[in-house]
Design a protein around this ligand. Structure first.
Ligand code: RP5
Length: 357
């Protein structure tokens, strides 16, 4: 284990019963010699931290992650998996959630608890039990400014390592597969939100099914120096983000758009689960590459949180963007406080009436 007084990644899990499933994350971090956690006996960071059973410890350590110079937090939890979300609520760092499948469910409860975050507090969620993917994306995020480290990751993931461009623009790429409708208003809200963090976005349409255009588009964005890709998916084509993630070491954020309710289904047919993980029986062209699919999923229709997650990712290297993330967190807290003042001033009845207007 690589120890350092300023580790880069914190790995927290809700219970020691999660440990077996988290081990692949440690293995990937060690493979890339990335230091994690702080094991001082009085003030440890990382390890077993429960959002429910040790709420104050969870909150104190989450609040101090930035000051302790961590760059990314990986948080694993199962069942009513609140650890990633509550950690993200207390830090401006990107938080990657690993939904753990508890022994008596298939993990859909954990996935939904982690991914369905409300506006304002993004968590990037990997597939159920996909701990290695979480560590890979964490490695990708902290390596964006190091050509050497990026080459190492790309070689490990079987991606051409000779074609690395220094990713150094406050810009992201948005990939819209054919057949997925992105209303103009949603796009302009996304663009406006990103602009508050000093981040620009370029939109490109791509075919829904993988062909050479996918690689060309990814190469274009890599050359352009973007620092993350946001890829849209829908219930019929929930795997585009995964396909894109197989082509690049840029962090890929997957958003599932749906105008209808996403009906519950067996795990292997549930679009959110499929967006993040390969299931047996899918079309042969989407076989998992040797190192899987490092995709960070956000809530259904969570385009705004995708923007906020991208801002947190860019904020790892850019202190100005990080400051904007902190200001934004304060603003959304203030909005809730103001609503509560009005709620008490009007009473529940009139408050409900003015909400309908
Ligand atoms: C969650 O509850 C943990 O992350 C774990 O997955 C689950 C069960 O915890 P134990 O009862 O096994 O400690 O908070």
């Amino acid at each position: 284990m690589k120890r350092s007084t300023t580790p880069e990644i914190e790995v927290r899990m809700g219970s020691d019963s999660d440990l077996q499933k988290v081990i692949p994350a440690y293995e990937v971090l060690e493979e890339f010699e990335i230091s994690y956690d702080l094991s001082s006996p009085d003030k440890p960071y990382g390890g077993i931290i429960s959002a429910h059973r040790t709420p104050r410890f969870m909150q104190r350590t989450a609040c101090n992650l930035e000051q302790k110079k961590f760059s990314v937090c990986i948080a694993a939890a199962g069942g009513a998996a609140h650890l990633p979300g509550m950690t993200a609520a207390n830090t401006p760092l990107p938080v990657i959630g690993i939904p753990i499948s508890p022994t008596n469910t298939d993990g859909l409860d954990s996935l939904l608890s982690i991914i369905q975050m409300p506006y304002g507090i993004p968590v990037g969620c990997v597939g159920i039990d996909q701990a290695a993917q979480a560590a890979l994306i964490a490695a990708q995020i902290i390596s964006l400014s190091s050509i050497e480290q990026r080459a190492k990751i790309r070689t490990y993931r079987n991606i051409d390592a000779s074609a690395i461009q220094p990713a150094w623009k406050n810009k992201i790429g948005l990939l819209v597969p054919a057949g997925i409708e992105l209303p103009e208003k949603k796009y302009s809200d996304f663009e406006t939100l990103l602009s508050r963090f000093g981040i620009t976005v370029e939109k490109k349409e791509i075919p829904a099914v993988n062909d050479t255009t996918h690689l060309k588009t990814v190469n274009y964005f890599e050359t352009e120096g973007v620092r993350a890709l946001v890829v849209l998916n829908d219930c019929d084509i929930p795997f585009v983000a995964r396909e894109i993630s197989a082509l690049t070491d840029l962090p890929v954020i997957g958003v599932l758009l749906s105008s209808k309710k996403v009906a519950s289904a067996p795990l292997e047919q549930y679009p959110l689960a499929r967006m993040l993980c390969y299931y047996e029986g899918e079309q042969p062209e989407i076989q998992p590459p040797p190192r899987g699919y490092p995709v960070l999923g956000v809530a259904i229709n969570g385009l705004q949180n995708a923007a906020l997650l991208a801002a947190r990712i860019i904020g790892v290297q850019d202190t100005e963007v990080r400051s904007h993330v902190k200001i934004h967190l304060e603003e959304i807290a203030e909005e809730v406080r103001e609503k509560n003042v009005l709620f008490h001033a009007l009473g529940w009845n009139d408050y409900a009436k003015q909400m309908k207007k």
